[in-house]
Design a protein around this ligand. Sequence first.
Ligand code: AGP
Length: 617
Amino acid sequence: MCGIVGYVGKASAGSVLINALKRLEYRGYDSSGLAVVSESRNVEMRKRSGRLDNLKELLAENPAEGNCGISHTRWATHGEPTDANAHPHTDQSGKLVMVHNGVIENYQTLKEQLGAEGHEFRSQTDSEVLAHLIGKCFDSSQEDDRCKRLVEAVREALKMVTGTYGIVVMHADAPKFLVGARLGSPLVIGLGKGEKFLASDVGAIVSHTSDAIYLSDRDLVYMTEDDFAIENVDGDAADYEVSTVDYTQEDAEKGEFPHFMLKEIYEQPTSIQNAFRGRLLDDQASAILGGLQLTPRELRDVDRIVLCGCGTASHAAMVGEYLIEHLARIPTEVEIASEFRYRNTPLDKNTLVFVISQSGETIDTLSAMREGQRKGHRVLGIVNTVGSTIARESDGGSYLYSGPEIGVAATKSFTSQVTLLTLLALLLGRMRHLSVDYGQRMLQELRDLPAKVEMILQQSDKIRTIAEKYIDAQGMLFLGRQFNYPTALEGALKMKEISYIFASGHAAAELKHGIIALVSEETPSVFIMPKDSVFEKNVSTLEEVKARKGPVIAITTEGGVELERIADDVIYIPEVTECLSPILASIPLQLLSYHFAVARGCDVDKPRNLAKSVTVE
Ligand code: AGP
């Protein structure tokens, strides 16, 4: 999951590319680079390991002038983050230049073949091998129509590779001309006036144009500043449609917040509202999800549901499992997407499969979707990123409408995914046994959520104090029951991925089956225990932790004071119906991990070793 950008136009390519990369840094940030073809047809290459600022400094010392260029910010798959391994990479001649997002699985074989033909490699990367292969296919001996032959060379080389790619290629002898192609890694065209862009996602180009074309797998595009053409790798013209980007540049900026993660935590009153806006049916005490493209009869016939996702999306799916079984009484199971794609899960004709993904590009979730479709099943997507691969290839689904989520740690996408799954559960439930009265109460509970989230956000300072109190903790346990068992998993993931301490989430009753061995004075336990049907059970478990001197942070419903005497710290959330409590309870967990990580000096938006969208296996 790297970020790639190509530019051809009249502006200075160097500055356009650097600013565009800044918006893609969340996709990978262990090294970066750019290359520009100068007026004198020289390739000006600048590459640096480390953060993007290192590249900016290099460019300030040694500018790269020209109006056509490509750039890359990297999340290393093959080869350490070094200057040499940073993209772009060139072919043997040094005149063909390429950036790549993805994995070339047969790169070793190709590298040996090319090496035997005298090719010399400067890096350990799989991407450089592809650059050499394209260079080998490009016949630069003839002076005429080198652009056309560059396209042919890319097409010919891609037929020889296995794996995934999103690439942008240019050649010093084909000035002001870019070639792009994708298979398994996203690539979008930005249609500017007198300038064209290629990028991993629209965030890189939204400040220049709102007209975009989302390429599909096997598409190949070539462009000048004034024109473009899209074909498939076989050379046939490919269909496409021009979309209008659904967010603005400031949506993709931090504004007055110190981090994207905090901004996105604070956006949740709005993002939750966006998730249910226009989808509540008061006259039927139900919900409407038109994007599912399923008739009432087809929805009524559903007798089993499989929910697939990775990371936070899988935790939202787990809440969805409880919600759908609670409200609609339909057997539901959650499959980690990376397992589902290999597990050969038996699916019958009335099984409905959903894939859940904020980015809509996670390769494991994309592969799970394709596996379900391979078996002839309709697979629906619950996705945030408009125009993403999952959104376009699924058989229908619903957008979160949360706006861009830039922080690597998922926050608003989790609460919006759970909101969407609540709407699905309500819709299915009201088609079966759920009463009008119950349906109306659920609609009101959903409408009340944004204000309740606002109330929790006002406790941010208190939660920061609690986080700082435990700053030396080397580990943390997160415990919850029923609807909040997945909330505990999500809280643990937030904590570990941005503060790097060991954190684990558990069904609270499991504590006595081994986990309690971890309880100590140095290991705080966070209980997600609203006043619900299992509150008393959670109190008992909390007592067991206290009996072993384990510090306890309790998240519970406001109004109750009984926990003040037994827990070390208590965070209150507003009263809410039990099945919606994960949405509220996750907010303090997000803030707790955020403040804890900031207090420990961690880079909250770009945690080590991570990237926002995992488009490689
Ligand atoms: C969660 O905070 C992480 N960023 C990660 O687990 C993420 O949820 C996972 O990679 C799935 O991403 P997706 O929703 O874009 O598919």
